[in-house]
Design a protein around this ligand. Structure first.
Ligand code: HEM
Length: 492
């Protein structure tokens, strides 16, 4: 081929030798908006130096499809970052581990157990209405939602269900929040690892939270090792322990891998892997799900007619004599379309977790060198006027066809796609469905009198979240207490 390889354009941003284009990205605007704007100016595919790292930014569905699906394996790597190395004991989790045979086995194990427990989960049950706020009183929906989602993950990971105020639940929520907050602020250390040698309060807090997390999870793991009954996994920890034994057994009988005992040990799923996976279910599964729920409520406060239509659908399909369960989902297409539209217009992960090119590859005909970082800007894709009519408008009907049945455009990818797609997607969707249906069946939400409607712009921390807001529960038949704790009940 006589043509020299063409690389994605490098926009001419003010750049300092060591900082690359970092300074110009650190203005008021969050990165997903800045990247979208740069796309309008320089074309949708371009490259930047973020610190020393050559980083390609993808802003269209066509290019995202190449990276995630068509050449998904070539782009399935993850960069090594200081905070995530600390968080995951050097990549012994799923999200930040590089693509490898062990990662594939590990991911499959987690995926299967989520499917197993997800399918066994048919409804959320209210187990207590302890701290009911009185009607009309303004409440912040964040703490009860966060508590409820944390409780669900505790149930799935180690079978514990807590009453509100239980000190163990508080510990889990505190360390999780500490990790999330410090990761959100720790960005620069990831780009310049030498910063770790400077006094850094963020890194110290992160290390402390990780120690508390690991102590609690190790205790749960040891308890599970003693009480595990073979063939009857109760939760994710049991499923991982069983997978661990199965893999060891297969290796022992020569089914997988040859070589010395030491090598085999290294290839298997270690206790560290089990712990890091359990930890990740919280790290990846709590903030994302509870924030999506906060966005749902925020948009419903702005669009009372949408809330009424969801409730009408719920009244027709479920009524008020029983709680909605999984089997109702197919009959509630409008409710699903509301959840989808919220995840389109405010994806909690507006930029996917960074990918890296594992080999020399290409995007849109441009060459991409091995080792390049690739950021997929899902925000730009979810707001692309080529694919969405009036993308800034909140219109759940986009996700329905003329007959009112579900319709999912392929450029809707709030969980990513391909080999690195969110491993918790089916679980997250189930939770979102059960929470939203359970809440709207029992409550009507409206803004507290005299209080402005929630800001819908949001702020980017680890996830894109709404600014704090309050709401009040409505009058009439839907007037249960907002502060109830919801837990998943498993029917096996
Ligand atoms: C990865 C979104 C809930 C576990 C991801 C990615 C996104 C995402 C965008 C990155 C995909 C990529 O890099 O291409 C979400 C959203 C959620 C949610 C929007 C809820 C509304 C969950 C839950 C769990 C979970 C409940 C587990 C309990 C993971 C893991 C990965 C991941 C382990 C890494 C997958 C890999 O690298 O192979 N998620 N997620 N997520 N998510 Fe989720």
């Amino acid at each position: 081929d006589s043509h020299p390889p063409s690389y994605p354009p490098l926009p001419c941003l003010p750049s300092l030798p060591l900082l690359g284009s970092l300074l110009s990205l650190m203005g008021d605007q969050p990165p997903h908006l800045r990247f979208t704007e740069l796309g309008h100016r320089y074309g949708p595919l371009y490259a930047l130096y973020l610190g020393p790292h050559y980083t390609v930014v993808v802003n269209t569905y066509q290019h995202a499809r190449e990276v995630l699906l068509q050449r998904g394996k070539e782009f399935a790597g993850r960069p090594k970052m200081l905070t995530t190395e600390l968080l995951t004991r050097g990549g012994k989790d799923i999200a930040f581990s590089d693509y490898s045979p062990l990662w594939k086995t590990h991911r499959r194990l987690v995926h299967n157990s989520f499917t197993l427990f997800g399918e066994g989960t048919t409804k959320l049950q209210s187990i207590g209405e302890a701290e009911g706020a009185s009607r009309g009183q303004a409440i912040d929906p964040d703490p009860p939602l966060m508590r409820a989602v944390t409780n669900v993950v505790c149930t799935l990971v180690f079978s514990s269900t807590y009453q509100s105020g239980d000190p163990e639940l508080t510990t889990v929520m505190e360390y999780n929040d500490g990790i999330v907050q410090t990761i959100a602020r720790g960005g620069l250390v990831d780009i310049f690892p030498w910063l770790r040698f400077l006094p850094n309060q963020t890194l110290t807090t992160l290390t402390e939270c990780i120690a508390i997390r690991d102590q609690l999870l190790s205790k749960k793991l040891e308890e599970h090792k003693v009480s595990l009954i073979s063939g009857e996994p109760r939760d994710l920890l049991d499923a991982l322990l069983q997978g661990q034994t199965r893999i060891k057994h297969n290796q022992g009988s020569g089914v997988r891998g040859q070589g010395s005992g030491a090598e085999q040990e290294e290839e298997g799923i270690s206790d560290d892997h089990v712990l890091m996976t359990a930890a990740e279910a919280f790290g990846a599964g709590v903030e994302t799900t509870s924030t999506t729920l906060l966005w749902v409520l925020a948009f419903l406060l702005h669009h009372p007619q949408v809330q009424e239509r969801v409730q009408k659908e719920l009244d027709e399909v479920v009524g008020c004599g029983r709680s909605p369960d999984v089997s109702d989902r197919t009959h509630l297409p409008y409710l699903d379309s509301v959840i989808n539209e919220v995840m389109r217009i405010r994806p909690v992960s507006p930029i996917l977790i960074p990918h890296t090119a594992l080999t020399h590859s290409s995007i849109g005909g441009h060459s991409i060198c091995k080792g390049s970082r690739v950021l997929v800007n899902m925000w730009a894709i979810h707001h692309d006027p080529e694919h969405w009519d009036q993308p800034e408008d909140f219109r759940p009907e986009r996700f329905l066809d003329d007959k009112g049945q579900r319709f999912t455009p392929s450029c809707f990818m709030p969980f990513g796609a391909g080999p690195r797609v969110c491993v918790g997607e089916s679980l997250a969707r189930l939770e979102l469905f059960l929470f939203v249906s359970g809440l709207l069946q029992r409550f009507s939400f409206s803004p507290a009198p005299g209080v402005p409607l929630p800001d819908l712009e949001g702020r980017l921390g680890v996830v894109l979240q709404p600014l704090k807001y309050t709401l009040t529960r409505g009058e009439g038949k839907r007037d249960g207490s907002m502060q109830c704790i919801l837990v998943i009940q498993c029917f096996k």
